[in-house]
Design a protein around this ligand. Structure first.
Ligand code: BTN
Length: 274
């Protein structure tokens, strides 16, 4: 049986550190839903504003990247946030980069050693802690509305390649995140700070921060039988892979840009026991 989500606790956590200013977020909290992303799109169609948030304790049809299902047992964090950024449609992926960086960075402030696995995974000890699914509505070449969906493993059961924060905190935390409501506030502040960085400081600064947390730099990958090395990510979210090609006289180094969803980078076996 899951513990009931405490709205007041979340509101207090969101207010703290804002010098009495109210938080941006308008909260819609549910026991269970098909998908928080879907419910938020429905609320937006009925006139809900930017920074509306949908939280569910369980999802029956959680959506993952590339059309996959996101298994959503009780105990996990499942939330979606609505934003209306002034961005061209071609820059849509920047919302995922900004959210991934912002959430990872906020978790790191709690001593959780989170990294980012390209393009949208949050990883801890080489295993998946959570993921981000950004959905957009485009109008005349610009993003009209966007929904950022985040799933984080808190106390829910996870597959072998996954990890939940409860398992990790039991072994390593110096300043544990005490409850799901605090984790929710950390994630919401993460999304807010990621968007603020993107809007105020621009994609180049955001990208340099994202790259500092990217765990894949230096990984060896194969693209159509060519061996390459991951060297970074572009501002459109493509993976930058450096490959060497040989002809009879020359060795040439070129860079390939790999679109999200076209290759999968594996998880490392955890080097640290849990
Ligand atoms: C991934 O595949 O890594 C991204 C998963 C995103 C899952 C979250 S859970 C809350 C929100 N609602 C959904 O239906 N999906 C996202």
């Amino acid at each position: 049986m899951s513990v009931e989500f405490d709205r007041q606790k979340l509101e207090l956590a969101l207010q703290s550190g804002r010098n009495g200013e109210n938080s941006l977020f308008s909260l819609h909290i549910f026991d269970h839903l098909a998908s928080t992303n879907q419910t938020l799109w429905n609320l937006l169609a009925q006139g809900a504003e930017s920074w509306s948030v949908v939280i569910a304790q369980q999802q029956t049809a959680g959506r993952g990247q590339w059309g996959r299902q996101w298994i959503s047992h009780p105990g996990g964090l499942y939330l979606s946030v609505a934003i209306a950024p002034k961005l061209e449609a071609s820059a849509s992926y920047q919302l995922t980069l900004a959210s991934a960086w912002g959430i990872a960075n906020q978790l790191r402030c709690y001593g959780v050693d989170v990294g980012i696995k390209w393009p949208n995974d949050l990883v801890l000890n080489g295993r998946k802690l959570g993921g981000i699914l950004t959905e957009t509505k485009i109008n005349h070449g610009y993003i009209h509305q966007a929904v950022i969906g985040v799933g984080i493993n808190w106390t829910n059961p996870v597959p072998e390649t996954g990890i939940n924060l409860e398992m990790w905190q039991a072994c390593y935390a110096t300043k544990p995140i005490p409850c799901l409501e605090t984790l929710t506030s950390v994630v919401l502040r993460g999304i807010e700070s990621g968007m603020e960085c993107l809007v105020k400081e621009g994609i180049n600064i955001l990208l340099s921060r994202y790259l500092e947390l990217l765990t894949n730099v230096g990984d060896k990958v194969y693209i159509h039988d060519l061996a390459g090395t991951v060297v970074g990510v572009t501002s459109q979210g493509e993976l930058r892979v450096s490959v060497e090609t040989y002809d009879t006289t020359d060795i040439k180094t070129t860079e390939l840009y790999i679109e999200p969803g076209t290759i999968t980078l594996g998880y490392r076996k955890s080097s640290v026991p849990l």
